[in-house]
Design a protein around this ligand. Sequence first.
Ligand code: UD1
Ligand code: CA
Length: 454
Amino acid sequence: MADLALVVLAAGMGTRMKSSLPKVLHKIAGRSMLAHVLHAGKALGASQAVIVHGPEMPAVQKEASPIIAGCQFAEQKDRLGTGHAVLMAKSALAEFKGTVIVLYGDVPLIKTATLKDLLSKLNAKTKMAVLGFETDKPHGYGRFIGTKNYITDIREELDASPKEKKITRCNSGIIAIDNDLLWKIVPKLSNKNAKGEYYLTDLVKLAVKAKTSVAIAMCDQVQVAGVNDRTQLSILETAFQTEARKAAMLDGATLIDPSTVYFSADTKIGKDVLIEPNVVFGPKVTIGDGVEILAFSHIEGAVVGEGARIGPYARLRPGAEIGANAHIGNFVEIKKAKIGVGAKANHLSYIGDAIVGAGSNIGAGTITCNYDGYEKHLTEIGEKVFVGSNTSLIAPVRIGAGVNIAAGSVITADVPEDALAMSRAPLDIKEGWAKRYRAVKAARKAENSKAKDK
Ligand code: UD1
Ligand code: CA
């Protein structure tokens, strides 16, 4: 395949988002729209990318650079149209030979397979291809003028005749075009049209004039739906989630109530995984085979080993690594901690900045006191340790293998292997005290109410 470069249009500030964030940085399934588009393009094997952004958008650069190494940026100062926006990428691609794909930072659900299909239309005689969709509500879109497989023009809504307005095959805006042809014809675009903009869509007739045919590829509308406001953002979020749930089930996970489970764009779920209702996956989660995730759990930045059981009501935060067959139960929060194979923390705990050895049992209410107000410190717990309920582990601290910690202890020093560690105030029992106390209190109360009645 010829070399591939992406040009991503992302110059719109997105006034209708009513946001201080550039539109393309708003997220769907925990991933910015721009990142969705870049990932789809990257999976095609694009060797270069140019992002056309508006003035003062350092956040756009920061988002794109880690996704596509060597990604370039071009600023479009004035929004003079989609054709003008693409022109901004010209100098970045001066040395490039191959095919350019134009994508849109606010059209996030485009699939790699669809782009592959678009690219497959290109050949020696067909140096441009346009992605379109069929709709019974074509108002507002550019219409395809041509035959079933090839077009000779695209007519924008405002420039269309009543007859052309009836056309239901519409332009998505996404094109694939030979690099040399692109830079030969883009400078010829004019803005003599109803909007006074440089229309990228006019490339079609310019390409035909340059003696190449222009093919079309079609896809479903949701893949090329754009986002202008937050209601549209939520519609695409729903579309994404619906598909992700279906994919998880088809890959071998059981979702009891799919509509209440939320995935991130990068969530990885193994086979024979059970996911109960109301579970949220934040970014960077990998779930091993045979895991059970019980209701109302929130999981983010975590790796869960085979056969583990999480929840109900568990919270796994970034850096949680749960070993195979471990159990993390209700109201247990795990952050940046490795939980060994078969270890258990079943009730009401915070385990942060810690290593818990295989087979250890963390009693209810155990807290790793990892933060001293300035720094975070590590708690290391060996294998087969029994940590009694309501233990505070003051980090940094190491608990050797096989240790028993008595319930209610505050552990301020390292404990050697196989020891018992216990820190408790001595127990003081005063026989009959409670009975005497009640008698004194009741008598006083009776006296007080008599005094009031007088
Ligand atoms: C465009 C197409 C239309 C198509 C529709 C699909 C043109 C002339 N028309 O129309 O055929 O059916 O998309 O949604 O291309 N942008 C810039 N700089 C600019 C102008 C636009 O970066 O100067 C970006 C926008 O941020 C947006 C995209 O290009 O991501 C499309 O621009 P928009 O103004 O929405 O084009 P439409 O008029 O909807
Ligand atoms: Ca639009």
